[in-house]
Design a protein around this ligand. Structure first.
Ligand SMILES: *[C@@H]1O[C@H](CO)[C@@H](O)[C@H](O)[C@H]1NC(C)=O
Ligand SMILES: *[C@@H]1O[C@H](CO)[C@@H](O)[C@H](O)[C@H]1NC(C)=O
Ligand SMILES: *[C@@H]1O[C@H](CO)[C@@H](O)[C@H](O)[C@H]1NC(C)=O
Ligand SMILES: *[C@@H]1O[C@H](CO)[C@@H](O)[C@H](O)[C@H]1NC(C)=O
Ligand SMILES: *[C@@H]1O[C@H](CO)[C@@H](O)[C@H](O)[C@H]1NC(C)=O
Ligand SMILES: *[C@@H]1O[C@H](CO)[C@@H](O)[C@H](O)[C@H]1NC(C)=O
Length: 328
């Protein structure tokens, strides 16, 4: 009897310490790092990049060997794509580089069976149960559904040919209007490190294969694009004025202090802009507000977003020679 009571007591303690059902009261308990009287929200998704999305590497940024490997593997699924006359094909490689399986979006058994889902289902039927550390290739960038699935499955590298934004906005092909990196950047809900993203591999070939449905509204793929247009030249304008001049040092060098303002004329915020200074190689003696990233490249020294509709950011520098900064 005594043993039974102590066992029950032990189970109760265990239950409490494991925070089992019944002892959580949302009106009195603190939630995570927030106290009970605060409202809970999400932390910025990818603060290490100062933006809301993860970096997507492009083929030009890869080493020649890596680029060649990814292009060969993309060429393989593109060939299957042409052979099966289905646009979306996915392949899965083990961490040791072995091709494990592929999958084709045939619209069967239902419309959720995208290439990624078909490939995972195929691999699973071949006995693969864990996708940790694996690499996934797909002819078209993962949609939000597949990006989420890829996070849940713990893939390490995701590689695609054609971009979502091009599929919907330039090719008029139905798609959820969101970059997959927006979903991937929220990796911290399910894994400790972000997956590596590589986009636009053999893009010329995959884009050409997707073709355009814009002039074919009768196609099952057709959707009238609803897209925002951004100028490819930066909407940031930099104004600078000399505020003060003096002579200094044994050679009586003339120094000038410049005050500069970056103004965003667009109606959208600009994230993480970079700037190039000229003449090349000339560095200010002192600078504030901007951060040098090596060479003539500069980024904003603190909060890396300039809001739209005239939002501005101030910086300044002291130099013996005027330096001009241009937004990239
Ligand atoms: C590579 O990894 C896969 C899956 O883990 C395994 O089935 C295969 O035997 C491995 N191949 C080699 C050459 O190690
Ligand atoms: C599944 O993957 C294997 C290995 O790549 C492939 O031979 C097979 O055709 C795939 N099955 C389907 C239905 O795509
Ligand atoms: C994944 O890769 C990491 C780093 O190479 C390794 O430490 C880990 O054991 C791997 N996990 C699995 C399940 O393959
Ligand atoms: C892709 O096509 C563009 C435009 O035709 C061309 O400038 C570019 O060199 C091509 N890229 C590759 C990798 O073939
Ligand atoms: C001053 O000028 C001399 C000769 O041009 C030069 O060697 C020296 O480095 C200069 N000193 C400074 C502080 O710029
Ligand atoms: C974008 O470019 C168009 C011309 O193509 C121009 O009229 C417009 O002012 C530009 N917008 C910004 C914010 O620079």
């Amino acid at each position: 009897m005594k043993l039974l009571f102590s066992l029950i007591f032990f189970i109760c303690i265990l239950k409490l310490s494991l925070a089992c059902e019944g002892n959580f009261n949302p009106t009195t308990a603190n939630i995570g790092e927030c106290s009970k009287d605060q409202t809970v929200g999400w932390v910025p998704a990818a603060p290490e990049y100062g933006t809301e999305t993860l970096k997507v590497w492009t083929p030009e940024e890869l080493s020649p060997q890596d680029r060649e490997m990814h292009e060969q593997r993309m060429a393989y699924i593109l060939a299957i794509s042409k052979q099966t006359r289905r646009k979306f094909v996915t392949s899965i490689y083990a961490q040791n580089g072995t091709l494990l399986c592929h999958g084709v979006n045939t619209g069967k058994p239902n419309l959720m069976t995208h290439g990624e889902v078909a490939a995972v289902n195929n691999c699973t039927s071949l006995g693969i149960t864990s996708y940790t550390n694996m690499t996934l290739y797909t002819t078209g960038e993962p949609c939000t559904m597949c990006a989420s699935a890829i996070l849940w499955l713990d893939f390490k590298v995701v590689v695609w040919g054609t971009w979502n934004s091009d599929l919907l906005c330039k090719v008029c092909m139905g798609n959820i209007p969101m970059d997959s990196s927006y979903i991937f950047s929220r990796y911290y809900g399910v894994r400790s490190t972000p997956p590596t993203l590589i986009g636009g591999v053999l893009r010329n070939e995959t884009d050409a294969w997707f073709t355009s449905y814009c002039s074919n509204p009768a196609s099952v793929y057709y959707v009238k694009p609803k897209c925002a247009c951004y100028n490819s030249t930066s909407p940031l304008v930099i104004q600078q004025t000399a505020s003060n001049t003096w002579y200094e040092g044994p050679n009586n060098t003339k120094y000038t202090q410049y005050e500069a303002k970056i103004i965003n004329n667009a109606n959208y915020a600009v994230n993480n802009p970079t700037f190039t200074s000229s003449p090349s190689g000339v560095k200010p003696r002192t600078v504030w507000g901007l951060k040098n990233e090596g060479g003539d490249i500069w980024t904003l020294g603190y909060y890396p977003v300039i809001s739209g509709n005239g939002g501005s950011f101030s910086f300044g520098y002291i130099s013996s020679q005027e330096i001009s900064f241009k937004a990239n």
